[in-house]
Structure formats: C-alpha cells, structure tokens
Write a protein that binds this ligand. Structure first.
Ligand SMILES: [Zn+2]
Length: 102
C-alpha cells in the first residue's frame, strides 16, 4: 500500500479510537463490562495499526486491566511536587504510572 493510503487508514483508526474512548468513559458507571470491552478493542487497534495515543488518551484508561481512569473513582492521582512527578495508580489492578510534569 502506498503512503497516502496508510495515512488515510491511520486517520480513520484514530477517529475510531477517540470514539471508543469516549464511549468507554460514558458507559462505565452503568455498564463497566461494556466499557472494558471498548477499551480492549481500542488497544487491539493501537497494536494492529501502530498508532500513537495522545498523552491525555494514555492517561485516560488502564492498559493492564482496561478500566477507564476516572480520577478519584478508578484511579488515584498523587503528586510529588519535590520531584515534579505525578503518579497514577489504578484502583482496579494496582498498575502504576509515573510521569514527570513541568
Ligand atoms: Zn488497572
């Protein structure tokens, strides 16, 4: 496939990913299992098409247990101001993600 064709597909996949993420968050409180399926599907797309998620997208769900991260509900967000680190800890599976912030 030529480069332009690939670009078109990636664009479509990115749109699909954004929709799945929104759906996953919207359905979590009423249908947590459905929400998890959306995120598993999303992750399959990411791996299959090698698309990059934005920083916000990466922080909006757990890629270990596929729960949408809702601060204060499914994820604990804590700050270490001294080291400029923010830590996300999944309340479902305990997966931790630490990032530097500026
Ligand atoms: Zn998790």
């Amino acid at each position: 496939m030529d480069k332009r064709g690939k670009k078109v597909i990636k664009g479509a996949v990115k749109e699909r990913i954004a929709v799945l993420l929104t759906e996953a968050h919207a359905s979590y409180s009423a249908h947590p299992e459905r929400s998890r399926r959306y995120l598993q599907l999303l992750w399959k797309l990411v791996e299959k098409y090698k698309v990059c998620l934005t920083k916000e997208q990466k922080l909006s769900f757990c890629k270990k247990c596929f729960v949408p991260w809702i601060p204060g509900k499914t994820v604990k967000v804590s700050f270490e101001p001294r080291n400029s680190i923010v830590q996300y800890e999944c309340k479902e599976c305990g997966h931790k993600k630490r990032l530097k912030y500026k």
